[in-house]
Design a binder for this molecule. Structure first.
Ligand SMILES: O=P(O)(O)O[C@H]1[C@H](O)[C@@H](OP(=O)(O)O)[C@H](OP(=O)(O)O)[C@@H](OP(=O)(O)O)[C@H]1O
Ligand SMILES: Nc1ncnc2c1ncn2[C@@H]1O[C@H](COP(=O)(O)OP(=O)(O)O)[C@@H](O)[C@H]1O
Length: 415
């Protein structure tokens, strides 16, 4: 049975018996990149094991260095670019290079290799005798950013989504269900085991939208947890995958030493990404945008200046003032709830995103997603999420980013 019913229609006469099946595969291409095998003593050729909760670049698991791992498919590497707001990576054919490095890492394109930007679709096949036809689904779940290793996400039934289990995220979602933030996060329904893999079950936030436009903004002024920094200092593991991602965007970025080692430490890579984008200057960055017309852009690594961000937002809302107003209202509400939330006050929130969703009907909303790196603070410690971060104070700049986001959306409204 399909969980996404087509729009109701009235049929004259007898309706033939229908058998409805649905391909629930999420839209994503898998990395098949072959990995080199000549590891040097401390050089990790691959990313963390495909855990969405990877922690430090040192790995949290005992099989740290020698175990073959999957290449990280996280986030926005090698993705379809090309749109009216193509960012400054366009003065450098970075997207081509990225694609050639990892040609199947596309997250939001259909991945036909021809530059097509159309939505991939979950297919609802309706069979009945003597004819068979395809019903257009109301929407398809799309992964715009984040880890793309096999099994990271699976479309669930009944408008739900299965995300590879991460204990940290489970803890957060459980607590959030009891917090004032509940209306601003996907509903959480516990853990499901499927094919020997555990998944967190949550609401698919796209379900109520028709051909939605989606934007993922990663919040905060830093993207490494303090505990990741501590672990990285202890273990000093070099990441070749991160080195390769770095040179694919800017061949001049690595230091002489990093070039000789063909690897970078995770905190160094993450910091480089933060300062290249608006994370360090505005407290958030755009990870990806997919529009209802099917166009998709995840080339925002160098979107840093406020003007570039405004341009991307304008393109995202297609100049629709009503949608802008709805987003602004929701963001202001969320900020005021964040300021009251016990959960928020007592957690370091790193790498979490705001997911913006709207459609042509004018419906628009924003939710917090991705709590894989949201960790509780020691008892009696709290954060204001605005104080600038210095190592040890655990501040993450989340609310500073919200302030900037709200200011930017506000400034885009006609006076
Ligand atoms: O965006 P790019 O440049 O690809 O870098 C990615 C993102 O920062 C990922 O964060 P997110 O998943 O929030 O997008 C991060 O995962 P973590 O958040 O687990 O640190 C990856 O670390 P590794 O998973 O260690 O590769 C890192 O390689
Ligand atoms: N509850 C959800 N509903 C709809 N889409 C989602 C949901 N959670 C995640 N996504 C999609 O998946 C992408 C990656 O999600 P995220 O939780 O950030 O993954 P990761 O932990 O691997 O970074 C988001 O950019 C968004 O497109």
């Amino acid at each position: 049975q399909t969980s996404q019913s087509p729009p109701r229609q009235s049929f004259p006469g007898t309706i033939p018996k229908l058998i409805i099946t649905r391909d629930t595969s999420p839209i994503r291409c898998q990395s098949t990149t072959a990995l080199p095998t000549d590891q040097t003593s401390c050089l990790d050729l691959q990313a963390e094991d495909e855990s969405p909760c990877s922690d430090s670049g040192c790995g949290g698991s005992p099989a740290l260095i020698r175990t073959p791992r999957k290449l990280s498919t996280s986030s926005s590497i090698g993705l379809s670019s090309a749109s009216s707001f193509e960012e400054s990576e366009d003065d450098f054919t970075g997207s081509d290079i990225e694609s050639s490095l990892s040609p199947t890492r596309s997250l939001c394109s259909a991945g036909d290799g021809s530059g097509s930007k159309s939505w991939s679709k979950l297919k609802s096949m309706v069979h009945f005798s003597p004819l068979a036809f395809t019903l257009k689904p109301r929407h398809s779940w799309v992964q715009l950013a984040g880890h793309t290793a096999e099994g990271s996400f699976t479309a669930g039934d009944g408008g739900r989504l299965l995300k590879r289990y991460c204990e940290c995220e489970q803890q957060c979602l459980e607590q959030l269900m009891k917090d004032v933030l509940r209306p601003y996060v996907p509903g959480y329904y516990g853990v499901l085991q499927k094919d020997e893999q555990d998944f967190n079950i949550m609401d698919d936030l796209l379900t109520d939208f028709d051909m939605p436009s989606i934007m993922d903004c990663k919040m905060g002024s830093r993207t490494c947890l303090e505990e990741e920094l501590i672990k990285a200092k202890e273990c000093q593991r070099l990441r070749r995958d991160m080195y390769e991602k770095m040179i694919s965007v800017d061949p001049a970025a690595p230091t002489e030493e990093e070039r000789a080692q063909q690897g970078v430490l995770k905190p160094r890579y993450m910091r480089w990404r933060e300062t290249l984008s608006s994370t360090a200057t505005l407290g958030f960055r755009i990870e990806g945008i997919k529009k209802g017309d099917g166009s998709c852009n995840t080339s925002f690594k160098k979107t840093k200046q406020r003007e570039q961000v405004v341009k991307a937002f304008e393109d995202f809302v297609d100049g629709n003032v009503q949608i802008l107003k709805s987003y602004l209202k929701r963001l202001e509400e969320l900020r005021s709830v964040l300021e009251k939330s016990d959960f928020f006050r007592t957690h370091e929130v790193v790498g979490s995103s705001l997911l913006f969703v709207h459609d042509a009907s004018g419906k628009a909303s924003v939710w917090m997603i991705d709590f894989g790196k949201t960790v509780p603070l020691p008892p009696s410690m709290t954060l204001d999420h605005r104080t600038p971060w210095v190592e040890g104070n655990r501040e993450d700049g989340y609310l500073w980013g919200m302030d900037n986001l709200i200011d930017i959306f506000g400034s885009m409204l006609p006076r």
